[in-house]
Design a protein around this ligand. Sequence first.
Ligand code: ADP
Length: 450
Amino acid sequence: MLQKVLIANRGEIAVRIIRACKQMGIETVAVYSTADQDSLHVQIADEAVCIGKSSPADSYLHMENIISAAINTGAEAIHPGFGFLSENSKFAKLCEDCRIVFIGPNSKKKKKMGDKAMAKKLMREAEVPVVPGSVGEVTLEEGKEVMKKIGVPLLIKASAGGGGRGMRIVRQENEFEKAYYAAKQESKAAFSHDGVYVEKLIESPKHIEVQIIADRYGNVLHLGERDCSVQRRNQKVIEEAPSQLPKKMRDAMYKSAIKAARHVNYVNAGTIEYVVDKKNFYFIEMNTRIQVEHPVTEMVTGIDIVREQLRIAGGRELKMKQEDIKIQGHAIEVRINAEDPRHNFRPSPGLIEMLHVPQGLGIRFDSMIYTDYEVSPFYDSMIGKMIVHGYSRLDAIRKMRSALEELVVEGIPTNQSFLMMILMHPDFVKGDFNTGFIEKHLEGLLSYET
Ligand code: ADP
């Protein structure tokens, strides 16, 4: 089993991973930037190493500094969390070269599945249904050829994409060229790679993803699915488990997710993401890392996914079998952001003057904030995740409303009231929503009292 792990991340996910390590008797090393010296992850880890200045490029993305910190502290493994270096196959390779265990799939698999165009090719081979479109990256001319076959509306997507960036919708054929170059440019700026591919736009879909875990002995299990359709600009806002899809479709999605993982001999926790229309589901990408929304799956299965990642990386075999995994009740997660929804969701960093967190059976708050904590302007605006577990979906909705009503974050604007408006919305309560929900109801969702 692993003895000492370095956590190459910050914020709530670093705290989450450090806690899991402690509960397993594993020593922990935190790394931090100069902006994060008072952060919770630094305070609760056994050791902490400063790896550079505030800007992510100088610290949390600085591979050499992180590797040096691991070597100097004798950490035998690195957990990358999500974001930052978690999907960087170069970093996974560097860890392998330095004989440090990268907690995730090996660098070759990471490279294959991290390239979204390549991943789709592999999934086609595995007979997993994919969104109709190009096979791999395209030139402008090739892209236009694909458009002739699949028609509009379509999406131009960055192979290296993430967080909804490098994506453009084409609704009319004469918009293709402009959108093609815009997607390429955005991708180049964000990911230093400008390869793009083309796929059909599935109108008003649901975003459903299947959580899998796989060990190095060929055991691959699914932990059910999550509905992450409540999104703003292709970024998830609320997630829940299980989804409301018919059982037949859910079973087919599980089967196909396991097939996908087996096809690439996947090892680690991972997510197979699909968009779903009224009749069909289509693979869009695989995430080879822990995800922000993993807690909803943990709440309904009782399985600690980070613990499983650590066990798998330490060479252990999965203890449970598929038939042992039972989905119980319903879980919902909301992402609490330091942002001001009424001002176009602009980030609102600053001092948290007072914090009160609700408690109770089936209420979980994954966060790094505390009273007097200064939210930094250098990083993502997510400051916490509230997760609840209820007997039924309605019970979970009520529990979340009650938790959000009680939560107090004083000093900075947050999206708390906006989230409450979603939880009160009759269409959300009925389960009648897709990825266009927030855009469709934006005006109403912003009409809360302050
Ligand atoms: P990223 O890695 O940037 O998050 P994804 O491929 O996961 O990109 O897509 C993000 C979101 O964009 C999805 O959850 C969905 O809402 C939307 N999306 C992606 N592909 C399609 C598609 N072919 N049709 C309709 N919506 C899509």
